[in-house]
Design a protein around this ligand. Structure first.
Ligand code: NAD
Length: 483
């Protein structure tokens, strides 16, 4: 791997994301030589830490995530880290940060390359981008910025944030990160769709009955009640992860594998996305809240959650496109907290065909994303002892050894930022369409709330969410494949 010279500034250097994800990911890239001699990282946060203390934190983060490490490597790696106490809302603090960045640029021959990582609460993103610009923190080489999710709370706030960031950075240098796009099975969707005639030729409007995306979580809101109550499942999971998955499943084949061709294919698809009317929202969407096992309110009693909350901890819905290989095919999705198990999966359900045997099971192509990674195709065959039909799975599964080699999503995506590959990041044009869809659903729900009798299905924990989630299917022969 080529060594990329850079000074990286992490806003939120004492936070959870930096500790659990960014420091271990950077270490792995360091071990592979992508960043090596000519890199320095400035961790910033308000606390008065020393360089030495940050290095200890970095070293702890690596030990917590790696079974075996070479202590000399850890020491050498941590020596590239510097701490700067910095309040992002204080303009004067950017002056000190700028001086340190310039000093490190000289010391490490970083060629004026800067990478800014916003690992902080989203309300600060706009402020940071503005001050990077007005305090001239940018360098003379490349200047890239990584923006964490959520990118906005609705279309208006996302547009405002985008305006603030694009005032300082070109679209090509903005990396809106969704770690979901770094996952192995998500990255497997395109090769699977476009290298297998078996899948490519079958996954068309003519053959596919519906597509189902399920992101089920076992946990409740835990300590995130305050944040979650202002967000809900639609904004927290559908606006980003679920839409990214659906886009990859439904987009036309790109001209080639360049980032621009892939984004063009995604954009073509998303322009044809059908935005639901309020009547369609009522018919095609279900929102829910988890109860306790004793059938009484549980979400509404979580710490920092409004006891009258109408925020959904579950949502099921439908999306369709006018163009692309699966134009007009219903794509159903659902996500929620306190399901019976954590399970992230995609089911592509094929249409039945008439056959001389009478009954047969549907053929499904299933992609399991988490916690296991596998793909299987359900097919029909003959029972041994009778002429009846049995169902079997053809499975493509990763071994434990292979799974152990799969890099974390953050490692993959940070690598992509260093080598300037924006394929697995969200372009503004895509994000805008996602928000347009989400806003329409949120508006319809808001109107329902204002009428005083919102339809929010209450569901028991550790099962499959509200039973009303099955009401959104277009025909009585459709059902959730994962039950
Ligand atoms: P966190 O609360 O653990 O960390 C926030 C950081 O910001 C801390 O270092 C804190 O000291 C610093 N900070 C707060 N106010 C500041 C100020 N005025 N000036 C300077 N520094 C200040 O949050 P986190 O969990 O690390 O999340 C950071 C971002 O990453 C969020 O946007 C979150 O949505 C996103 N994210 C986090 C995770 C995760 O696993 N933690 C996963 C995906 C996305």
């Amino acid at each position: 791997m080529k060594n990329i010279p850079v000074v990286m500034i992490i806003f939120g250097g004492s936070g959870d994301l930096a500790h659990r994800k960014l420091y271990p990911a950077l270490f792995n890239l360091y071990e592979q030589g992508l960043i090596h001699d000519n890199f320095a990282v400035i961790g910033t946060a308000r606390r008065p830490w020393s360089h030495e203390y940050l290095r200890e934190q970095v070293s702890d983060a690596i030990h917590e995530t790696h079974d075996q490490v070479d202590e000399n490597d850890v020491k050498r790696f941590a020596s590239h880290f510097y701490y700067q106490s910095h309040d992002v809302t204080n303009v004067e603090h950017y002056e000190t940060l700028k001086k340190l960045a310039q000093e490190l640029d000289d010391r490490y021959s970083a060629q004026g390359n800067r990478l800014f990582y916003m690992a902080m609460a989203p309300r600060f993103f706009g402020t940071i981008a503005t001050h990077i610009n007005d305090q001239s923190l940018t360098g003379s080489g490349f200047n890239r910025i990584v923006v964490e999710k959520p990118f906005g709370h609705d279309l208006a706030s996302a547009e405002e944030l985008n305006k603030e960031i694009t005032a300082s950075f070109n679209e090509d240098d903005i990396f809106r990160i969704d770690h979901y796009l770094g996952k192995e099975m998500i990255q497997n969707i395109m090769p699977m769709r476009f290298t297998n005639p078996l899948i490519k030729n079958i996954c068309t409007s003519e053959n596919v009955k519906n597509i189902q995306v399920t992101l089920a979580e076992r946990l409740g809101v835990e300590a995130r009640g305050g944040y979650y109550d202002t967000s809900g499942a639609l904004r927290d999971m559908v606006q980003n992860h679920i839409f990214q998955i659906i886009t990859l499943l439904a987009m036309p084949e790109p001209k080639d594998l360049s980032s621009s061709s892939i984004h063009k294919a995604k954009q073509d698809l998303l322009e044809s996305m059908i935005i639901p009317t309020p009547e369609e929202v009522e018919k095609d969407f279900v929102r829910g809240q988890y109860l306790g096992s004793d059938n009484t309110f549980a979400y509404k009693k979580e710490p920092n959650v409004d006891p009258e909350s109408t925020t959904e901890t579950f949502v099921a819905g439908k999306v369709k496109f006018k163009k692309g290989p699966v134009a007009d095919v219903p794509i159903y999705f659902r996500t929620g907290k306190e399901f019976k198990e954590k399970k992230n999966r995609i089911d592509i359900v094929l249409k039945h065909m008439n056959n001389p045997y009478g009954q047969a099971h549907s053929n499904n192509i299933t992609i399991e994303i988490d916690p296991v990674s596998k793909i299987y195709i359900t097919i029909n065959g003959k029972k041994i002892d009778t002429s009846g039909i049995r169902r079997e799975n053809l499975t493509y599964e990763f071994s434990k050894e292979e799974m152990a080699k799969v890099p974390d999503g953050y490692e993959r995506l940070l690598h992509d930022v260093f080598v300037d590959d924006s394929t697995n990041f969200t372009h503004w044009s895509e994000l805008k369409r996602y928000w347009e869809f989400i806003d329409t659903v949120e508006d319809a729900w808001q109107k329902e709330n204002e009428k005083g009798n919102p339809k929010i299905s209450q569901y028991l924990p550790y099962r499959m969410g509200p039973k009303e989630a099955s009401d959104i299917f277009e025909s009585p022969t459709e059902h959730w494949i994962y039950e």
